[in-house]
Ligand binder design. Structure first.
Ligand code: GLA
Length: 722
């Protein structure tokens, strides 16, 4: 209270800011735990005479000059001499675009408030900081939540119109945060269809570095994530801050190296093609940004995020519960199946440990290819004689459960839905629309469209014994326009789509607490924390080639725990890449996630069937490590040999999976992968070596993996406390 300082403490995290003499919240520190010392000595010492001083400060008479531009921000605003990226940009109907948001009070909330209409982390002690404009109607509440069990601070802003006239928000981001100095690198997760979430790292330079999506979805192109790391940060050492938006629509995250030599990270809803009308008395909630801090490099940052999602975001009922091990018929049949064909697949896997059969695209409406049928969620009994009921009954005789594919946000022009309600599709009625995969998208900003989707999906889930849903999303929005919105609200479309989507998820998932939902978007094109708040796992990529998957799963693990990555063993030559990898390699790679199968089981040999049985036994024995263990990456796909180690929380068990991309003539060249995450004081039995070794030894003198001859080989070893 004496220094106006707020000092937040999470698991291995301290976060400090203070209210300066102008009422501005100035950032002081974010990073690993520090003592509760007064940090005011860290703040900037003042500027030179040409800085714009805050209104009311006498530039001539003052001993030290201060400017908003110099203050390390928790928020930035426009028009008062701060030339960095504003966090918020508002305009009144009179054209006043100036803002100052200054301290107006605070509360500490034992219960974290939910965000209206959007997912967010649960639990945690929360600080709500009230900021108000002394000269205008805009006010903002900044929320900060910290947790005892994970090293993250969750931040968001709520903007209020407390004035008497309409405000238009041209930008309404969730947070800003200063970082001392500018010697940092940005780490991002760019990708594409079939190559989602690669890892890129580049030094920050003076100016603004930005990642975003303009797709009304989080996208495969850039994940809604940005890390700022010290140049020396490795997997195990160095400083890292990871910024992850709990949001599934168009986003932006920026890291700005300002003229002051400081770095400011900020972002939220993409302000491109965005504005929001805020009438007097209204408020706009913004998505949460989960900020992980780590003094243990990238690995520490990832584990902090994994903990946050598993403990506070993913539906608790499923987060650490053993997952269905399924077989999906897509790559086996595509659209070309009938009852007998599916029955044959089921027969072929019935005694292998696969417990769920998932019927993919093609079971509904008139859907024999991807040109028709989307929107008509009624069973095509011409194709599937006896319907879903007969299939489910048959599965029950085999002791198996049933899962079903939907793509509820879409409509085909050749569908009963479109014929009855052409206006349900996104777009301007008098403008030719863009198609993607021959389909259009439904306007989720409209209540009647949301009701149609909820009713048609719920009707199927209520009518049949369905234990699993694969929720697909195979194109991005074009023609952004809703006939339900007035002209001045059209730029609210992308955010309103997200709000509509979350409402639909809520209404379907809540009504079916026993159904397990998996997200999908042409593979992993909407792999984000917003989706994970409803769906515990997501199809990581349509690319199921084990070699490519090692890189995709590596990049995905930067932010998301292995339990969220759906990973299937598929047929070879692989349908996406034409590459052949061994059955063992495919399984070992698929076991680094929520495993399953996607192949024509009817052509499997008895030996392969026996291998599936053994693979599933092996998976079930390690599954708790996937669901709740700590993940340590050993090297990266830039190396020829790299791996992943999964360690139980009590450090009594671990499993190391090593992968070698290319084999060589000198088959036995030793490459050591040192263990990570073991307790140095414990001793571990390593069955693959037949030895008991110390945790400290294994961290410094790790095993030398022995790979099978040839390319794309794996080596797995286990550690059991003795
Ligand atoms: C997308 C999914 C696939 C499959 C097809 C069906 O591409 O990513 O797994 O479900 O749609 O059309």
């Amino acid at each position: 209270a004496k220094t106006g300082t707020f000092f937040l403490e999470g698991k291995d995290l301290s976060y400090g800011f203070f209210i300066n003499h102008t009422g501005f919240p100035e950032h002081l520190y974010s990073g690993g735990r520090i003592d509760r010392d007064v940090l005011l000595y860290t703040r900037s010492s003042g500027g030179h005479s040409s800085v714009a001083t805050p209104p009311g400060e006498d530039t001539q008479g003052a001993q030290r000059l201060f400017s908003y531009h110099q203050f390390s921000p928790e928020i930035s605003f426009f028009g008062t001499g701060d030339y960095r990226e504003p966090t918020v940009h508002a305009e009144t109907v009179r054209g006043d675009r100036l803002t100052r948001l200054l301290y107006a009070g605070h509360e500490i909330l034992p219960q974290k408030p939910k965000i209206d209409g959007m997912p967010s982390l649960s639990g945690g002690e929360t600080l709500r900081l009230h900021l108000a404009d002394p000269d205008g109607g805009l006010a903002a509440d900044l929320y900060y939540t910290v947790y005892d069990d994970c090293s993250v601070v969750a931040r968001r802003a709520v903007y209020h119109n407390r004035g008497a006239e309409r405000l238009i928000l041209h930008r309404a981001w969730s947070f800003a945060m200063g970082l001392c100095g500018s010697d940092y690198e940005a780490l991002t997760l760019p990708g594409n269809w079939a190559s989602e979430r690669s890892v890129e790292r580049a030094p920050l330079r003076r100016g603004v570095f930005s990642v975003d999506s303009k797709r009304t979805s989080s996208s495969a192109t850039l994940n809604p994530f940005l890390a700022v790391v010290s140049p020396d940060a490795t997997e195990d050492a160095g400083r890292a801050w990871g910024f992850s938006l709990v949001y599934s629509s168009s986003f932006v995250l920026k890291a700005e190296v300002a003229s002051t030599g400081e770095t400011v990270v900020s972002g939220g809803i993409n302000d491109f093609d965005f504005s929001w009308v805020l009438e007097p008395g209204e408020r706009l909630e913004t998505p949460e940004c989960v900020i992980a801090v780590s003094e243990e490099g990238l690995g520490g940052m990832s584990r902090a995020l994994h903990d946050a999602w598993r403990e506070h975001l993913i539906p608790a009922k499923w987060a650490k519960t053993p997952r269905p091990v399924l077989i999906n018929n897509w790559e086996a049949t595509y659209f070309g199946f009938d009852f007998d064909r599916l029955k044959a697949i089921i027969d072929a896997v019935a005694d292998t440990g696969i417990d769920t059969f998932v019927l993919d695209d093609g079971w509904f409406g008139k859907r024999d290819n991807d040109r028709s049928g989307l929107g008509d969620w009624t069973v095509n009994e011409n194709k599937l004689k006896g319907g879903l009921g007969a299939l489910i009954d048959y599965l029950k005789t085999k002791g198996m459960k049933f899962g079903l594919w939907f793509e509820p946000e879409m409509v085909s022009e050749d569908s009963d839905l479109f014929r009855a309600h052409p206006d349900y599709a996104i777009g301007l009625p008098d403008r030719a629309r863009c198609y993607s995969r021959h389909q259009l998208m439904l306007d989720l900003t409209r209540a009647e469209v949301r009701d149609y989707i909820v009713d048609s999906v719920n009707r199927i889930l209520d009518a049949y014994d369905i234990s699993y849903v694969k929720w697909d999303y195979n194109r991005n929005v074009t023609d952004s326009y809703s006939i339900g919105l007035p002209p001045e609200r059209q730029s609210e479309f992308a955010h309103r789509y997200a709000l509509g989507l979350y409402e639909i998820f809520d209404r379907i998932v809540d009504a079916h607490p026993d159904v397990f939902f998996e997200g999908c978007a042409s593979g992993g094109a909407r792999f984000d924390p917003g989706v994970l708040a409803y769906f515990p796992q997501i199809w990581t990529s349509d690319n199921s080639d084990a070699e490519d998957r090692t890189a995709i799963q590596y990049g995905t693990s930067i932010v998301y725990p292995l339990s969220t990555m759906s990973c299937h063993v598929s047929i070879c030559p692989n349908h996406q890449t034409g590459r052949t990898t061994s059955f063992a390699t495919r399984a070992d790679v698929a076991h680094l996630g929520a495993t399953g199968y996607e192949l024509d089981a009817t052509v499997m040999t008895d030996e392969e069937r026996a291998a599936v049985r053994a693979q599933i036994e092996d998976y079930r024995a390690m599954e708790d490590l996937v669901l709740s263990g700590d993940a340590y990456r050993l090297g990266s796909p830039d190396d020829n040999v790299f791996g992943v180690m999964l360690v139980s929380r009590d450090k009594s068990r671990a499993r190391m999976t090593c992968y070698r991309r290319l084999g060589g003539p000198r088959h036995g060249d030793p490459v050591r992968l040192c263990a990570r995450g073991l307790d140095p004081a414990k001793r571990y039995y390593v069955p693959e070596l037949g030895l008991i070794l110390g945790g400290r030894t294994l961290a410094r003198v790790g095993p030398v993996p022995t790979f099978p001859r040839g390319d794309f080989g794996t080596f797995v070893c286990h550690f059991e406390e003795k």
